[in-house]
Design a protein around this ligand. Structure first.
Ligand code: G3P
Length: 220
C-alpha cells in the first residue's frame, strides 16, 4: 500500500517527503482553507506541492456542471504533469471525468461512499476512486467494512484502464492497518495519523533501554 498525505500544509508535506515513504498528496477545499489559502494563490500553492513530490497531487474542482468541471480540471492539469484532478461523485462529475480522461487527464473521484458509486467512477474513466472511511464512522456506520466492499467489488472487474483505490477520510493508524490488510492501493492520511503510524510504545521503551545500556558500555 502506498501512503499519500491528505493535507495542503507545505511544511507537513516537506517533512513527510523527507521520510522517503510518501507517494503523493491529496488536497481538498477544506484543507486549503485550513492553511489560510487564498483563491489567487491556489494554483501556485498546488504548483509548489507538485515540486516537493513527484507523486500524484490531487487538486479538487468546485464547479457543479460538466463543462465547468471539465474546464476547471483542464486548467488544474496544466499546473504540473503530476496533477490529478479531484472530482466529486455525481452525474455531472462522471460526465466531466469521461471528458477529462479523453484528454489524458487523470481523475480522482472523491466523496465516494458506496460500491455502485465506485463502479460508476471507474467506468467513467477515473484513475483513482476515493471511498471515505471516517465519515461513515461519524454517522455510526462501519467505514472500514464499506471500504472493503469497494476494494472487493472493483477487484472483480477489468475497467480497461488502471483504477487505484485511495482509502480516504482516514482517522487512525488502525484504519491504515485495516486498509492495508484488505489490499487498498493507497491510504491518504493526515500528518497526525502518519506520525501515529510510525510510533509504538514498545519502540520507545526499547530505544530507551538500548540507549541506557549503551551508556553502561561507554562508562565501562
Ligand atoms: O481528502 C478527503 C478526505 O480524506 C477527507 O477526510 O477527515 O475530512 O473526512 P475527512
Amino acid at each position: 500500500m502506498k501512503f499519500f498525505l491528505d493535507t495542503a500544509d507545505i511544511a507537513e508535506i516537506e517533512e513527510a517527503c523527507s521520510w522517503g515513504a510518501l507517494s503523493g498528496v491529496t488536497t481538498n477545499p477544506t484543507l486549503y482553507s485550513r492553511v489560510g489559502g487564498k483563491l489567487a494563490d491556489f494554483e501556485n500553492h498546488i504548483a509548489r506541492i507538485c515540486e516537493i513530490t513527484d507523486g500524484p497531487v490531487s487538486a479538487e474542482t468546485v464547479s457543479l456542471q460538466r463543462d465547468e468541471i471539465y474546464a476547471e480540471g483542464m486548467k488544474l492539469a496544466e499546473i504540473a504533469d503530476n496533477v490529478v484532478v479531484k472530482v466529486p461523485t455525481m452525474p455531472e462529475g462522471l460526465a466531466a471525468t469521461k471528458m477529462l480522461r479523453a484528454q489524458g487527464v487523470h481523475v480522482n473521484m472523491t466523496l465516494c461512499f458506496t460500491v455502485p458509486q465506485a463502479i460508476l467512477a471507474a467506468r467513467s474513466g477515473a484513475a483513482y476512486v476515493s471511498p471515505f472511511v471516517g465519515r461513515f464512522d461519524d454517522i455510526t456506520e462501519d467505514g472500514i467494512s464499506q471500504l472493503n466492499d469497494v476494494v472487493v467489488a472493483l477487484g472483480n472487474y477489468d475497467f480497461g484502464h488502471d483504477v487505484e483505490v485511495i482509502a480516504a477520510s482516514i482517522r487512525s493508524a488502525h484504519h491504515v492497518t485495516q486498509a492495508a490488510l484488505m489490499g487498498a492501493d493507497i491510504a491518504t492520511v493526515p500528518f497526525g495519523v502518519l506520525k501515529q503510524c510510525v510510533k509504538h510504545p514498545l519502540t520507545d521503551r526499547g530505544l530507551e533501554s538500548f540507549l541506557a545500556d549503551w551508556e553502561k558500555v561507554k562508562n565501562s
